[in-house]
Write a protein that binds this ligand. Structure first.
Ligand code: 2AM
Ligand code: CA
Ligand code: CA
Ligand code: CA
Length: 263
């Protein structure tokens, strides 16, 4: 039987599902999408924007006073200053635009500035990941627990590769990948930070690190990993992930060895 969800999570998953219907339709016709460029290798399509509009509308209906931090539109200040949605309507846009079925909708809720609830939904695999502080993390109703693998040599890790405009740190990045590939079972780079974090929560990956991210890439995923029993810090070992856009997320056993390898 599916685990019961709080009213808050029902609002979030329903909004994700509604936005996903539009995204899935557009995914079938990516050649017809209007694509523009926000920065070096940073693309946005009308699919991103439509999905975001749907999410804002649905969440505003259910929680009229909450504010929004949005990837594609200006932030919206809410009357209730202690609750803020942090939204990436389409995480993995490059995959989406290339017809690669690995992307997600990411909805995080900050309460008093701290990640409190998160939903990450991959509409292609129909995998809905959700978590709320103190309530556990779930995938389609099944409770999640990070992997129990204990040694780096058994671990599978994920990261984000630097791309055009992000290659400043390229050499340091390659050293880190080199260190982890040498000692682990492998390193993956699938191109959606939100799903990378969800996969750590689901015990598919043992750890994940990346820098140069934005709050909307990771706000939801942070709650997933923590509620599944994993640890999340920034690349300095602090808890300023949302401020400085770097993240190391791993199982309870792998966080420290991974941190020591890549710090
Ligand atoms: P996006 O698809 O929403 O843009 C993968 O490394 C992560 O980086 C994804 O979460 C992706 O989110 C983000 N990303 C991809 N290209 C980017 C760019 N050029 N600038 C900033 N973020 C980017
Ligand atoms: Ca983007
Ligand atoms: Ca993103
Ligand atoms: Ca995005």
């Amino acid at each position: 039987m599916a685990h019961p969800r709080s009213a808050l999570l029902n609002v979030m998953t329903a909004a994700a599902q509604k936005a996903a219907r539009r995204l899935t339709r557009d995914f079938g016709e990516v050649e017809n999408l209007q694509v523009s460029k926000k920065g070096p290798a940073d693309f946005v399509s009308n699919a991103d924007k439509k999905a975001e509009d749907t999410l804002v509308k649905e969440l505003q209906k259910a929680r009229p006073d909450y504010g929004f931090i949005l990837e594609e539109a200006n932030n919206i200040e809410g009357k209730d200053s202690s609750n803020t949605w942090v939204i990436d309507p389409l995480d993995g846009t490059t995959n989406f635009l290339h017809g690669i079925p690995h992307f997600a909708i990411s909805i995080g809720l900050l309460r008093d500035g701290e990640p409190f609830a998160g939903v990450v939904y991959n509409p292609i695999t129909d995998e809905m990941f959700w978590a709320e502080k103190g309530q556990g993390a779930f995938l389609n109703g099944r409770r999640l627990r990070v992997s129990a693998r204990a040694h780096l040599s058994e671990g599978l890790f994920a990261t984000g590769l630097p791309f055009l405009g992000k290659e400043k740190d390229g050499e340091r990045f390659m050293q880190r990948v080199n260190a982890v590939t040498t000692l682990s079972a492998g390193v993956r780079r699938f191109g959606s930070a939100a799903l990378d974090l969800a996969y750590v929560a689901a015990a598919r990956y043992d750890g994940y690190w990346e820098s140069g991210l934005q709050a909307w890439d990771i706000a939801a995923g942070i709650v997933l990993v923590r509620e599944a029993g994993g640890f999340v810090t920034d690349m300095d070992g602090k808890r300023k992930m949302l401020e400085n856009g770097s993240v190391i997320a791993a199982t309870d056993k792998m966080h420290e060895p991974l941190f020591n390898l890549i710090k």
